[in-house]
Design a binder for this molecule. Structure first.
Ligand code: CP
Ligand code: NVA
Length: 314
């Protein structure tokens, strides 16, 4: 039996394909139980800190409900509530929280801060999104793909948009670990950083995934099983919005793009929140709304699985 007890969840780089599969299996089980009205008490008596420097709907609610469903107490700490990185170093805040809490979720700007929290708190720390990575989202995306396609290995997965953002980075890691063929469709200036690509190419060698980057829409989407998109300007990049709109317009997920896949079975996914009319058209979004909102719901089941696997008595 896989044991992930005591581990932090900072990026998918730290987990084997088997371990990622274990999170997905556990999430599917917790989801099926919840649909039957069964919740657990695997986190009974635990106190969980939820640190948010950036806003959130899905991630915050998923951690909160995941805690309550499994018997833990969640404590939300927003950016103006604590001293983190302003009046007090991240290291000191981590050491304090680690004395009081059993687990810590962090959503914020600098990825190094979530690493510091994990290093200095001594308790499991879960990355709820940083500028560079959004790993819990990938578990929800893969659970959704499993529900849609059964087997996810071998799927042709296309990410269209800002190829350097947290979603593109994390999807590339997840796909290369789990054997999905990953295409990044973006202008060259927004392709992922070379160092991360090299790491993912190593994972791909193991899994059999193919990774490619292109500016050509038709070449990217032909044969795609899933086209995925995300906002063009991420949280913290509001000043880049105009420049990104100009740069990314050709990569909007729309009807014309879908017609180029040559497949009727292609699905469209989005991590949300979406800016309709920018990265995705309203009609395409509505056509795939069932999948997109399953994906949003699956944040809850997968985040619960991450907490249960790393902290729970299960
Ligand atoms: N997808 C996602 O992380 O949504 P929130 O920003 O609402 O948490
Ligand atoms: N790239 C987006 C993802 C939101 C879930 C952002 O960081 O704002």
């Amino acid at each position: 039996k896989t044991s992930l007890k005591g581990r932090s969840f900072l990026t998918l780089k730290d987990f084997t394909p088997e371990e990622i599969g274990y999170f997905l299996d556990l999430a599917a089980k917790l989801k099926a139980d919840k649909k039957k009205g069964i919740t657990g008490n695997s986190l009974k008596g635990k106190n969980i800190a939820l640190l948010f420097e950036k806003p959130s709907t899905r991630t915050r609610c998923s951690f909160t409900i995941g805690c309550v469903d499994e018997g833990a107490h969640p404590e939300y700490l927003g950016k103006d509530d604590i001293q983190l990185g302003h009046k007090e170093s991240v290291e000191d805040t981590a050491r304090v929280l680690g004395r009081m809490f059993d687990g810590i979720e962090f959503r914020g700007f600098l990825h190094e801060n979530v690493e510091k929290l994990a290093k200095y708190s001594g308790v499991p720390v879960w990355n709820g999104l940083t500028d560079d990575y959004h790993p819990t989202q990938i578990l929800a995306d893969f659970l959704t793909l499993r529900e849609q396609f059964g087997e996810i290995k071998g799927l042709n997965f296309v990410f269209a948009g800002d190829g350097r953002n947290n979603m593109s980075n994390s999807l590339m890691i997840g796909c290369s670990k789990m054997g999905l063929n990953f295409t990044c469709l973006a202008p060259k200036s927004l392709w992922p950083k070379e160092e991360l690509v090299k790491q993912c190419e190593e994972y791909a060698k193991e899994s059999g995934a193919k990774i490619r980057f292109t500016e050509d829409v038709k070449e990217a989407v032909e044969g795609a099983d899933c086209i995925y998109t995300d906002v063009w300007a991420s949280m913290g990049e509001e000043d880049k919005a105009a420049e990104r709109i100009a740069l990314l317009r050709p990569y909007q997920v729309n009807k014309e793009m879908l017609e180029m896949t040559g497949k009727d079975s292609t699905i469209v996914m989005h991590c949300l929140p979406a800016v309709k009319g920018h990265e995705i058209t309203e009609d395409v979004f509505e056509h795939f709304a069932d999948v997109i909102f399953d994906e949003a719901e699956n944040r809850m089941h997968t985040i619960k699985a991450v907490m249960v696997a790393t902290l729970g008595e299960y």
